[in-house]
Design a protein around this ligand. Structure first.
Ligand SMILES: [Zn+2]
Length: 82
């Protein structure tokens, strides 16, 4: 016999985050003014923009942050070699 009740994809952590909001902890510093955060309950990711606003970390923003890290490292190594 098959269970006809629909399976819920909502977990307790998701419900807590929807009710109380995410509990973000800093996960990575991208630059001195851009930081990535991860929710300790549901693992949702967020990042700050150049104005300090908190945004959901989309694949596009993740790519931008990776590029920023690469450029900062390149800038630092170029400055160190002079
Ligand atoms: Zn959350």
């Amino acid at each position: 016999m098959k269970n006809s009740a629909p399976k819920s994809n909502l977990h307790f952590a998701d419900v807590c985050c929807k009710v109380f909001g995410h509990n973000y902890k800093k996960s990575r510093t991208v630059t001195s003014y851009i930081t990535e955060y991860r929710c300790t309950r549901c693992n949702a990711e967020a990042t700050t923009d150049e104005k300090g606003n908190l945004l959901k970390l989309t694949p596009q923003l993740k790519d931008i942050n990776e590029t920023l890290i690469y450029l900062c490292k390149k800038k630092r190594s170029a400055a160190a070699s002079i």
